[in-house]
Design a protein around this ligand. Structure first.
Ligand SMILES: NC(=O)c1ccc[n+]([C@@H]2O[C@H](COP(=O)([O-])OP(=O)(O)OC[C@H]3O[C@@H](n4cnc5c(N)ncnc54)[C@H](OP(=O)(O)O)[C@@H]3O)[C@@H](O)[C@H]2O)c1
Length: 236
């Protein structure tokens, strides 16, 4: 039985990770901005009881991060897997803004959530990961962040935030290698969620099952890799 901390667990990938890890018997700390509105998580609590801890965490808030860290530290919690999953396409709009409509605050919001938060959360929660068995940090990236695969225009904030997340992942993997903490970026595929939309070819349940088996298979030999949901290496 392992313990997994997931950011952005109120819906989409984060909620499905929570559900599937619980179903197979693991413990999950499911974090979200507004636990009082996370009805699906509440429903899971009824089925899985104490194996699910629902905690407030806005990944961009220092205070929220500090409060959660202190709580977990006081409870002597060890985290085996940290999944930095919370992500946004744009600060105000569902769609990424196109050239001609860009504005700087939008970039700031997207970079805060998608790029800065994963590294700061990894830094903050490191003491809880360090003592755990085979600790892993999984940053949910995107093919949109692959410079080699970028063939379309648009998605300026989102794509560049994920490309920068990939660099954060690589740098952090070098930092934590000696501690035997595996750090990877994973492109989850294009999945039907609020973000992915109805036209996405992949179903949430099967994609997350596949990503969980990729995460299970990771060892320190894989640290610093950019993988997809089928364990193929993605070009940077
Ligand atoms: N779906 C896809 O096709 C796809 C493809 C490639 C990569 N991804 C990546 O996969 C991850 C999850 O995407 P998704 O499809 O599940 O998106 P989603 O359905 O839009 O869900 C996004 C999640 O992130 C949370 N979130 C946003 N800002 C936050 C903040 N400041 N603090 C804490 N949580 C925050 C949201 O919480 P609220 O409910 O509070 O808003 C929600 O739980 C993202 O990193 C995304 O970039 C998705």
């Amino acid at each position: 039985m392992i313990k997994i901390l997931i950011t952005g667990a109120s819906r989409g990938l984060g909620l499905e990770f929570t559900k599937q890890y619980l179903e197979r018997g693991d413990n999950v700390i499911a974090t979200c901005r507004q636990p009082e509105k996370a009805k699906e998580l509440e429903g899971l609590q009824k089925d899985f009881g104490k194996r699910l801890e629902i905690e407030q965490l806005d990944v961009t808030s220092e205070k929220s991060k500090d409060v959660l860290y202190q709580k977990l530290l006081d409870d002597s919690i060890e985290i085996n897997i940290l999944i930095n999953n919370a992500g946004i396409i744009s600060g105000d709009e569902k769609e990424g803004l196109s050239f001609g409509n860009l504005y700087k605050e939008d970039f700031s919001k997207v970079f805060q959530v998608n790029t800065v938060s994963p590294i700061l959360i990894s830094e903050k929660f490191l003491p809880l990961l360090k003592e755990a068995i085979e600790p892993k940090i999984v940053n949910i990236s995107s093919m949109s962040g692959s410079i080699n695969n970028k063939t379309r225009s648009g998605g300026y904030a989102y794509s560049s935030s994920k490309a920068a997340l990939n660099m954060m992942t690589k740098t952090l993997s070098n930092e934590l290698k000696e501690m035997e903490i595996t750090v990877v970026a994973i492109h989850p595929g294009w999945i039907k969620t609020d973000m992915g939309g109805e036209n996405a070819p992949l179903e949430l349940e099967s994609s997350i099952t596949s990503i969980i088996s990729v995460i299970d298979s990771l060892s320190i030999k894989d640290t610093g890799k950019f993988l997809d949901w089928q364990r193929n290496e993605v070009q940077w």
